[in-house]
Design a protein around this ligand. Structure first.
Ligand SMILES: Nc1ncnc2c1ncn2[C@@H]1O[C@H](COP(=O)(O)OP(=O)(O)O)[C@@H](O)[C@H]1O
Ligand SMILES: [Mg+2]
Length: 243
C-alpha cells in the first residue's frame, strides 16, 4: 500500500456572488500517494487549476480540509502556509517562469537562497538537479538559448532542488510539442518513482494519458473518473496492479 502524502476531504470552491455564483469545485475528496504521478484532466475551465491551488496551499477552500504531510494545511496561519510551501512543495507551470537574465544554473540556485544552503554547496546541488533533468552540459546558458523543452526541464530542476515531497505541475506541457511534452511528463514520472514524491500534473492534454500511474477526470466540479493506468513500459509491467 502506498503512503498518502496529500488528502482532501469535501473541499469546495465558488467564485462570484448571488445569482452569479459559480461553483467551481463541489465537495471533492481525494488521496494522493507517494511515488506516483497522478494526472488530473478536464476541459479548460473545469476547475483543475483551482483544485491544484487548494491542495498546494495557494488558494483557501470555502469548505473542507486538506491534509498535507500529516498537517491540516488550512488551519495553519498564512506565514506557516508560506513556509510549508517553501519547504515541501515544488511548482512547475506552463510558462516556465525563468529569469531571462540568469543562466540555467542561477535559475535553479535561486530558490535555495531562502534556505540555509549557500555558495558552492547551493551551486553543487543546483548542478546535480540540472544533471538529473539531462541539462548538466547546458547549465551556463540563459533561457533565450534554450528550447521550450529545455526551459521546462530547467523549471523542473528548480522545482526539485529543494527535494520537495510534493510536486505540483499546472499544464506543464501546453507550450510544448508532443515529443517535448512526453519528455517532461516522463521526467516527472521518474522523479515520483525515484524520490517517492507525490506528483500531481493537471492538464487538458489527452496525449499524456498513458504516461501516468493514475488518471482523474474533473467534470462539473466533481471527480467523474479515478483509475489506475496499466504501464506500458516493460520494466514496470511486473509490479503494476491492473485497474
Ligand atoms: N480568482 C478567480 N476569480 C473568479 N473566477 C475564477 C477565479 N479563478 C478561476 N475562476 C473561474 O473558475 C473556473 C475554473 O477555473 P480554473 O480552475 O482555472 O479551470 P482550469 O484550470 O480547469 O481551466 C473558470 O470558469 C474560471 O473563470
Ligand atoms: Mg488551468
Amino acid at each position: 500500500m502506498s503512503e498518502v502524502l496529500v488528502r482532501c476531504e469535501a473541499i469546495a470552491k465558488s467564485f462570484g456572488q448571488g445569482a452569479l455564483t459559480q461553483r467551481v469545485i463541489r465537495e471533492a475528496t481525494l488521496a494522493l500517494n507517494a511515488g506516483e504521478l497522478t494526472l488530473m484532466m478536464g476541459p479548460s475551465g473545469s476547475g483543475k487549476s483551482t483544485f491544484l491551488a487548494m491542495l498546494a496551499g495557494l488558494m483557501r477552500p470555502d469548505q473542507g480540509r486538506v491534509e498535507a504531510l500529516g498537517q491540516d494545511l488550512w488551519q495553519l496561519d498564512d506565514a506557516a502556509i508560506d513556509r510549508f510551501r517553501l519547504q515541501h512543495c515544488g511548482f512547475v507551470f506552463q510558462g516556465f517562469n525563468l529569469f531571462a537574465a540568469l543562466t540555467a544554473l542561477e535559475n535553479v540556485v535561486f530558490p535555495l537562497q531562502y534556505g540555509s544552503l549557500l555558495g558552492d554547496e547551493a551551486r553543487r546541488r543546483a548542478h546535480a538537479a540540472l544533471e538529473e533533468v539531462g541539462l548538466g552540459e547546458r547549465a551556463h546558458l540563459r533561457p533565450v538559448e534554450l528550447s521550450g523543452g529545455e526551459k521546462q526541464r530547467v523549471a523542473i530542476a528548480r522545482a526539485l532542488v529543494k527535494q520537495p515531497e510534493l510536486i505540483f505541475a499546472d499544464e506543464p506541457t501546453s507550450a510544448l510539442d508532443s515529443h517535448n511534452g512526453s519528455v517532461v511528463v516522463d521526467l516527472l514520472h521518474r522523479i515520483a518513482r525515484e524520490r517517492g514524491a507525490m506528483v500531481l500534473v493537471v492538464t487538458h492534454d489527452p496525449r499524456l494519458h498513458q504516461r501516468a500511474d493514475r488518471l482523474i477526470e474533473l467534470e462539473d466540479g466533481q471527480i467523474k473518473r479515478d483509475e489506475r493506468i496499466a504501464q506500458t513500459e516493460p520494466a514496470l509491467a511486473g509490479e503494476q496492479e491492473h485497474a
